[in-house]
Design a protein around this ligand. Sequence first.
Ligand code: NAD
Length: 360
Amino acid sequence: MLRAAIIGLGNIAQVHMAVIDACPQAQLVALCDTDPGKKALRPELPFFADLNQMLAQIQPDVLHICLPHYLHLWAAQQAAAAGCHVFCEKPSGLNLKEALQMAGLEQQYHVRTAVCLQNRLNRTTETMRDLLSSGKYGQVSNLRANLAWHRPEAYYRESPWRSWLDKAGGGCLINQALHTMDLMPYLLGSPVIALKAVCGQVLDYANQVEDSATLSLQFANGCPGLLQASVANGQDEAVSFDIQTEGGRILLRQQGVWVDDKDGLRLLASDRPARIGKTCYGDSHALMIERFYRAVETEPLSVLPAQLPEDCRYASAADALEVMLMLEASYRSAATHTRIELEDLYEQTLQEQSAAPAQA
Ligand SMILES: NC(=O)c1ccc[n+]([C@@H]2O[C@H](COP(=O)([O-])OP(=O)(O)OC[C@H]3O[C@@H](n4cnc5c(N)ncnc54)[C@H](O)[C@@H]3O)[C@@H](O)[C@H]2O)c1
């Protein structure tokens, strides 16, 4: 049995708590939040306002990080340095530089570091990925994704970090559409090599971060892509994908995968509805967390995340680098009105990282 602690007891922590309670390999042993009122969530558990005190006194095996984005890397570094495995909510940092540091923790401290890209494990994602990799539908000639959600002003006022660039790193792309962006190259099995983005605000909330964005993408296999994301819609719609292939269209609609080919339009698979939290979180937190605990419990650290057996394979901080590079490129492109070549940006960031003085 692995001993789990959570830092950051806001919206998403409720999902982590429920999943840990139901996970056979895990026991929740402590909580941490700077807001003392959050102790009431689980009054029977030791409660800390300070992460390092919790790590020293409780010595948990796994720390779940459910904090504002600007604190993810800091918390992961403290935990890893204390020999504690890390299960971090997305994103894996405020920007690509932080994501690279997060990805280095596994080797630096000999711990496992997961990033919660839970939608990779949705039944619909697996169905679309299997269909595309089977080759049955031939080449993909276009990939379009759409996210239209509703975030009222109160969402930003109740947790003001969400509206500030230095605390969130951005708006609808890093906070809401990150999962959708992550799935685009993941589904195609081909990385994005270049993109151009516009980001802006169509809501009158006085936020620093964007509420709407459009990305034009170029994948390495030659396929073009388009992502439209906005939290300015009047309601939350289900994320949609339109994948045009030689053999027909593959569609994600209302959490279901449809194919439209020579045999007509039919439904192939549907996701389970979310059992805990908002519908848009999906139902795969439990799967990702359970896989991580299985990996920590049963697999030696010498087995790298990509080599783990399927039922232990979690999204590692290294897996999260691709979407963090896409995000960095999007924000740079929007700021400079230029097309960004992702390999150049990655190399440049690595060089800046190695030239920077080592962090304590
Ligand atoms: N995977 C998903 O589908 C999904 C869904 C929602 C949110 N998230 C992610 O989860 C994270 C948290 O988002 P949220 O909406 O739950 O945030 P939130 O604002 O609701 O909660 C953050 C909590 O952290 C606490 N906190 C702040 N600074 C702290 C510190 N120094 N030490 C201890 N506690 C501190 C706050 O008091 C608050 O309780 C974000 O990274 C977000 O992107 C992921």
